[in-house]
Ligand binder design. Structure first.
Ligand SMILES: N[C@@H](CCC(=O)N[C@@H](CS)C(=O)NCC(=O)O)C(=O)O
Length: 209
């Protein structure tokens, strides 16, 4: 299998971590959605990451669909998302908060880092960062017992924390939300997380903030 995407993408990273935790060997294709845009569109028509190229040549796109496929491969006992009931609902709600936070931080980062300075819209950046703060506070208010089984809600939340700290560190200084610090520390200590460590946040323009 080939995982396409760089690890500064939290969506790519959560797939890489899940592949590692579930014991799937894979190659890593670290093409960039920005620098390799035309090439990337031949893998995913949307020109986005992650994609997972299966041994039979099928290409899966979108991290949620890829994670669902991985869970289907390993079966209910080893799946990273509970099969049903309140546990699944709770995990999906946590993941919705985490991915929603990612999307808002990413939208603000693209506005700050990609859009030419003359066209930036500060009120939009402020709105996105306010929404991200809402997601962070809601996740931090939940219980994250350190002995809970480490499923997809934990993985996605830890990838979100890592991404926020790369892309907009002022939103999540260590100590602001001790519960999220603990989720991150527990997860980042695992080999599957360390094997998918983002080298740096890719900034496609050289413009200062
Ligand atoms: N819902 C998608 C979101 C993927 C996504 O936002 N990928 C970002 C990188 S983290 C991307 O490809 N951005 C470039 C673009 O959208 O043009 C997923 O879960 O895979």
């Amino acid at each position: 299998m080939i995982l396409v995407g760089q690890y500064d993408s939290p969506y790519t990273r959560r797939v890489a971590v899940s592949l590692g935790l579930l014991g799937f060997p894979f190659e890593h294709d670290a093409r960039s959605v920005f620098a390799d845009f035309d090439s990337m569109r031949t893998t995913n028509p949307l020109g986005r990451v992650p994609s997972l190229v299966l041994p039979d040549g099928t290409t899966l796109i979108d991290s949620a669909a890829i994670l669902d496929w991985l869970d289907q491969q390993v079966g209910v006992e080893r799946a990273l998302l509970p099969p049903g009931g309140p546990a699944r609902q709770q995990a999906l709600q946590r993941m919705a908060l985490a991915t929603g936070t990612i999307d808002k931080v990413m939208a603000a980062a693209y506005e700050r880092l990609i859009r030419p300075g003359a066209y930036r819209w500060p009120d939009w950046i402020k709105r996105c960062r306010t929404q991200a703060e809402g997601g962070l506070a809601a996740l931090a208010a939940l219980r994250w017992p350190g002995d809970a089984s480490l499923g997809q809600a934990w993985i996605t939340t830890a990838c979100m924390v890592g991404y926020v700290r790369l892309a907009d560190p002022d939103l999540l200084p260590p100590g602001r939300y001790p519960s999220l610090d603990a989720v991150s520390e527990r997860c980042e200590a695992l080999p599957a997380f360390q094997a998918a460590y983002p080298a740096e946040y890719f900034v496609p323009t050289a413009e200062p903030l």
